[in-house]
Each structure stands twice: as C-alpha cells, then as structure tokens.
Design a protein around this ligand. Structure first.
Ligand SMILES: Nc1ncnc2c1ncn2[C@@H]1O[C@H](COP(=O)(O)OP(=O)(O)OP(=O)(O)O)[C@@H](O)[C@H]1O
Ligand SMILES: [Mg+2]
Length: 487
C-alpha cells in the first residue's frame, strides 16, 4: 500500500486510505511520533518518546528539530556520547521509525495489504531542491522507504479539508499551517469538474514555528527564576527543564488565561505564573510576521477566498484565531484536524499520484544555468552570469531548454552549473542564487567554434529536478538526476 507521511519538525505522522477515507496509521493510544533522536553508548539509538525520556537525563545526547537543520551548512554532523552521527543518518533513522510505526498501525487495523510500497512525504511550502533531495535520500538510502513524491504541507491540508465530508467543492480556501518549525500558507481552489481538480494559486513559507514561541516563553520563565535568585545558573539539564516547562505552559495557555507552575533548577524549586496576555505580548512579533505573509499572499490573489482553514499544532493557540478574526472579519475561519490534516492530505495524494488532473501546483523557485566551455582554463568563472530556464510560478511539471555555443575550436568538455533562486529575471549574477549541482559532458572530439550544447531541465510534480545535456554535433550526452551532497 501507498502511505502519506507528515515528517514534522516536532511530530511525524503516517497515514493511509482505509475504506476510502484517510486515517492515521498508529497503534492504539499512540499520537504521532516525536521527531527526536537520542543516542548513548549503553542504550544505543532511541527515537520518539523513549528518546524524549532519556533526553531529560542526558540532554546533550538528544537531537530535536532536525528538519530545520537540514539546510544548515554549519551542522553537518552531531556528536552524541562520543559518537559522530551524520545528519542524513539521523533523518533516516526517524524515517525508519515512522515506517515501523506505520507497519504496526497496519497490523493493528488488520488491513488487507501488509506491505508499504512507498510514501508521499509532505514538505514545507518553500523547501529548496537540496532539502527535498536530502529527505528523499535519507528515507530511501537510510530507511529503505521509497519516496513516491512530495506534496507541500498546506496543499496537503487543503486536499484533506476538501476531501472531508463537510468539504464543499467549487471553493477557494486559504490554509494557514503553523507547525513546530515553519509557518506555511497556501491558497488552493477545488473544482472537481474542471481539468484541474485541486489548483494551487499561491503558497509561501516562513521558518517560524512553535519552537520559536517555546524559546521566548523559556526566556520569560528564566527571567522569572532570576528575579527570585539573581545568581541562578542554567546548565544543559536546567535548559532542558525550562524548555519542557515552557512547552507545557504554552499548551495550558491555549486553554487557560493564567498558568502557575514551578521549575526545578540546581536542586531548588522556582514558582512562576504566566498569563495568556503576557505570553501573547512577548510572542506578538512572531505572529505578526506570519500575518504579514498571509496579507501579501492574499493581496496578490485575485480569486475570492471563501474560507480560512487553520491547521498545525500551533494553530491551537488562541492568538492565531484572534489575529485572523481581527484582520479578515468577513471570512469564515475553520480549524480543521490541526494535527492530522497534512498526513491525511499526503495519504490522499498518494492514491492519485498518477492522475494528471488531480493536483496542479507551481514551482517555488527559478532554476538557471551557466556554461563553462573550458573549465580548466577559465579563470574567473564566478563572474559568469546565470540564465534562468525555469521560472518561479511556472506550473508543475515543467521543463525548459537552453543552448550554448562553443567559443572556439577544440574544446573537449562542457560543464554546466545549475542554480536555484527567487530571481525571475532572465539573467542574474551567481551571488543572487544558490549553486545546487552540475552536469558535465567530456571527451568531445574535434569540436569547433559554434558547436551547440543543449541543456534540458525538468522539474517534476514533486519539485525534483532532472537534467540532460547533449553536444548536438556528436550526440554525446549526459543524463543526471541532480544529486546534491554537502549539506
Ligand atoms: N494546544 C496547543 N497549544 C499550543 N501549541 C500547541 C498545542 N498543541 C500543539 N502545539 C504545538 O504545535 C507544534 C507542533 O505542531 P505540528 O505537529 O503541526 O508541527 P510539525 O508538523 O511537527 O512541524 P512543522 O510542520 O513546522 O515541520 C509544537 O510546537 C507544539 O508545541
Ligand atoms: Mg507540520
């Protein structure tokens, strides 16, 4: 069977279609899997709740929020209890555990099909090509789980919303997904009777999520402790306790106006009290940043928005609904399966992957290339400009071609560097984009000035890239699925 996976910054969740409806694949009593990795020499690798538990005792051995570290070039490996772990391995272990949780769920629900053929994985709205490749490789190479495709998280949530019994067709919704690490927004239209059933009008993302609210609340709790004991010191264990206390307080403040508790630091207990108003005040900038993104998207959208749909665990905070009510008084707000909508949408999409008309999403970045005809001799290749081939906003799947001519006789190789950017100009300088990979043709004999190299670039429905380069005169070609290392 095909499954959908919401690989979240804080929680991951597998889901599948069961009797025509999406359902989470969990054993009874399970709520999703904390995306947490732990290692020590005596217990080995732990994932999820056992990892969280051990992390309380040995906070240096725990890795949280790894999804947000994928694109951090300064965090390639982790040292845990003297052992080095590659980032991709850690993500792979989490996927292996998600796969295991899904298999237990399949068994528990006594489903006919016992095998997992592959998964659609949801990703934030503007994850880069490198991040997508990284996740795919981690799941496939480290966990043996085939990634059938990707879907943008708010788009998945939109599909789940429309697919639910109460979801009406011929409507346009704005989905706001505030999770643990990112805030994702998408405007999606559903029209079953058109050639584009689900159409993404626009989407955007900020790397802001519940963990940023946790950080600010943790700092507030620390300030309150310091007021009681100015010389207080917070070591790794205390920091971990503060974080846990902050998360607990945050969750309670979604229900209560006022929260009282204590935290133990260095053998002493410190009482604290936090009001919801106080919490909302110290985090208002975060919320405002996300609301500005919503505003921009909404202003660029000429289609009338019928509903605002709030998903993601952090949308449980009353401040989110309040902000929407204040900013968009005329639009009805719905909270829809905050924890499950994305996994549901990924599971639904997994069943419709090959249907041309099912989902129409757009490319989040522009992709361009620069050619170096004679790499060994070219001194200042950083000054070579990038020519865009695929543009941000193009409908997926999409492909484009570009041609370059040899500048003199006898050049035996062509090297093409590929860039990703937000830039929609035809030409731009390399520093305005990100180098993402390369393709090379060598061993071209007897080449002459003016010989052409044709590059074909394709981005599939999942946002993944394929490249093909051909030396037109000799027919010599190179074919690569772009593989990105070095994150
Ligand atoms: N009742 C609640 N009140 C406030 N915050 C909550 C509540 N329930 C969950 N959260 C927060 O929601 C976040 C997790 O939400 P979710 O599972 O949607 O995120 P994720 O999918 O792991 O992250 P992302 O989508 O950003 O990668 C955590 O920060 C968690 O503390
Ligand atoms: Mg999420």
């Amino acid at each position: 069977m095909k499954i959908g996976i919401d690989f979240g910054t804080s929680f991951s969740l597998p889901a599948a279609m069961i009797n025509g409806n999406p359902a989470t694949l969990l054993h009874s009593g399970q709520y999703g899997l904390p995306s947490v990795f732990y290692y020590d020499n005596s217990q080995g690798i732990l994932i999820g709740i056992p990892a969280e538990d051990q992390g309380d005792r040995h906070p240096d051995n725990i890795v949280r929020n790894i999804k947000m570290e994928i694109s951090n070039p300064n965090q390639k490996t982790y040292q845990l209890d003297g052992k080095t772990f590659d980032k991709k391995k850690i993500v792979g272990h989490i996927f292996r555990e998600i796969n295991q949780v899904a298999l237990e769920g399949i068994e528990y629900q006594q489903l006919m099909s016992q095998e997992i053929d592959g998964a659609v994985v949801s990703v934030p709205a503007a994850f880069t090509l490198r991040e997508l490749n990284f996740i795919r490789d981690a799941a496939q190479e480290e966990a043996g789980l085939k990634v059938l495709g990707f879907i943008r998280e708010p788009v998945a949530a939109a599909i789940a919303y429309f697919n639910a019994p109460a979801g009406e067709d011929d409507k346009t919704i704005l989905v706001y997904d505030l999770g643990g690490g990112t805030c994702d927004v998408a405007i999606v239209r559903s029209d079953k009777n058109s050639s584009e059933w689900y159409k993404v009008i626009d989407s955007e993302m900020l790397r802001i999520g519940g963990r940023d609210w946790d950080k600010l609340l943790g700092e507030l709790i620390k300030r309150k402790c310091r007021e009681q004991e100015p010389a207080i010191k917070f070591n790794a264990r205390a920091e971990n306790k503060i974080l846990k206390a902050a998360i607990k307080a945050k969750h309670q403040l979604s229900r209560l106006e006022r929260y009282e508790s204590y935290v133990e630091v260095g053998g002493d207990d410190y009482d604290f009290e936090i009001t919801r108003a106080e919490f909302e005040k110290i985090t208002s900038e975060l919320l405002q940043d996300t609301m500005r993104m919503v505003d921009k998207l909404k202003q660029n959208c000429s289609t009338k928005i019928d509903y605002i749909v709030l998903v993601g665990g952090s949308s449980n905070m009353p401040q989110v609904r309040k902000a929407f009510e204040k900013n968009y008084p005329g639009i009805e707000i719905k909270i829809f399966e905050p924890e499950k909508a994305i996994a549901f949408g990924a599971a639904i999409y997994a069943e419709h992957l090959t249907e041309e008309s099912f989902l129409h999403d757009i490319c989040k970045f522009s992709y361009g290339a620069r050619y170096i005809q004679d790499f060994s001799r070219y001194k200042d290749y950083n000054r070579l400009r990038i020519y865009n081939i695929i543009y941000k906003g193009d409908e997926l799947p999409t492909s484009g071609e570009s041609n370059s001519s040899k500048v003199r006789d006898g050049l035996s190789s062509t090297y093409i560097a590929v860039y990703e950017s937000e830039c929609t100009d035809e030409v731009y300088m390399p520093e305005d984009g990100t180098y993402i990979g390369e393709i090379e043709i060598h061993g071209i004999e007897g080449s002459r000035k003016g010989d052409e190299t044709l590059l074909t670039m394709t981005i599939d429905k999942s946002g993944l890239m394929k490249l093909e380069a051909i030396d037109k005169r000799t027919g010599k070609s190179s074919n690569v699925e772009i593989h990105l290392e070095g994150y």
